[in-house]
Write a protein that binds this ligand. Structure first.
Ligand code: GMT
Length: 381
């Protein structure tokens, strides 16, 4: 198949999933065309079946904002025509699905099929905002096929928006051959002290991630167990998190690692991963930790129960219950056999359910069904 993939290029779950999907599809012989404003950050090696097409958005003095929607639409139409694309797969409803729809209007109804994957914030945050609802619902309804990264997000979409199209859940995935625990002694020596337990958190430090809760839980954990909190990532809440670390006198036990692109080595240092997000349609960061044999303690929200299995790969506690987060963490860190059991359980869960070998064929089958004229609207919901 000839497939265009439209995604955000920056560090972030939707861009990562879109890029990994494109790379795996290319390896499986499909012709892949990435369409984005920059080279997606995980698209870091040459592949003969992958072409990148940059969307350039000139800012004329007349415009207050760059007209990205128009330039993206234009680029999708241009690439689809030139490379005879079968499918344009938009990751994120806004503006990608809307642009793909408009590009198809330009080329005509028999040109290419539009597949949209919903990742979460396009529904759970933007989807609730009246400034976006009409356009998001329209883009979803006009797609030829729609997927969501969890059952929870699928359900949330029907609840939030007047969507009449079937949505198929296709979970996020990892390359299990690449994502596994590695031992790098110098890294361990560089960042941790002997005997310390390593607690990790990784996110884009947006308010929805509640990183301060991870720090508060860590403060309780560190009272009982010699430990270190390693914070991977950066974003708008970083300064507030730093202030809290200082206020709690934890500066010697908390390490801010900043934005990291290669995370496997760092995740492999962990004994435990904290994910106190107040919303998470899937929680790719949790999956990445689990692949590296790191159990997860998270709030019981969104799609996280589809990833973290209570008591066998980690624990899920009520949203905002920092005490419970610390208590489960201590239960695990205080019992090395239990920690090991959950670490192995976490890896097993990723291997049995979320490896690329298992998920990428689901996307291929989905594309094929759409190209063969399956009307995805028939099955709703
Ligand atoms: O969570 C973020 O801030 C980034 C966001 C994105 O669009 O990249 O992540 C969303 O999509 C990921 C990939 O499907 C999911 O793993 C995340 O759970 C989801 N984030 C939220 O629902 C808050």
């Amino acid at each position: 198949m000839r497939i265009g993939i439209v995604c955000y290029p920056s560090v972030g779950g939707s861009g990562v999933v879109a890029t990994e999907l494109g790379k795996h599809l290319a390896t499986r012989g499909h012709e892949i065309h990435f369409i984005s404003s920059e080279v997606p950050f995980r698209l870091n090696e040459f592949h003969e079946n992958i072409t990148f097409h940059e969307v350039e958005t000139p800012l004329y003095p007349l415009f207050k904002e760059p007209p990205y929607f128009i330039t993206l639409t234009n680029k999708i139409a241009e690439v689809a025509r030139m490379h005879k694309l079968d499918i344009v797969h938009a990751h994120y409803a806004i503006p990608h699905a809307a642009s793909a729809y408009m590009a198809r209007c330009i080329l005509g109804p028999n040109s290419f099929k539009v597949v949209t994957t919903l990742h979460g914030t396009d529904i759970t945050l933007m989807g609730q905002d009246p400034s976006f609802t009409e356009s998001i619902a329209f883009s979803i309804n006009q797609s030829d096929g729609v997927t969501a990264v969890s059952n929870d997000l699928r359900q949330a979409t029907y609840e939030a928006l007047p969507v009449t199209r079937d949505i198929q859940t296709i979970h996020n995935f990892l390359d299990c051959a690449v994502h596994h625990r590695v031992s790098i002694p110098w890294l361990k020596n560089r960042y941790t002290k002997p005997g310390e337990k390593v607690i990790l958190h990784m996110s884009n430090f947006r308010a929805v991630k509640r990183v301060e809760d991870a720090v508060r839980a860590f403060a309780l954990i560190a009272k009982d167990v010699p430990s270190r909190l390693m914070l991977l990532g950066d974003g708008p809440e970083r300064a507030a998190v730093h202030r809290l670390v200082l206020k709690l006198g934890l500066e010697r036990q908390v390490t801010f690692m900043g934005k990291q692109e290669q995370v496997i080595e760092l995740l492999s240092l962990g004994d435990l991963f904290l994910l106190p997000s107040e919303q998470e349609s899937f929680g790719l960061a949790a999956l990445e930790a689990m692949a590296c044999e790191v159990p997860v303690v998270a709030y019981n929200v969104g799609g996280l129960p589809e990833v973290v299995v209570e008591g066998s790969t980690g624990y899920l506690v009520p949203l905002g219950d920092v005490d419970a987060m610390a208590e489960r963490s201590l239960r695990l860190l205080g019992n090395p056999d239990l920690q090991r059991e959950l670490a192995i359980g976490a890896r097993q869960r990723v291997k049995s359910t979320f490896c690329s070998d298992h998920i990428v064929p689901q996307y291929e089958a989905f594309y094929e069904a759409i190209l063969n004229g399956h009307d995805a609207a028939q099955n709703w919901p």
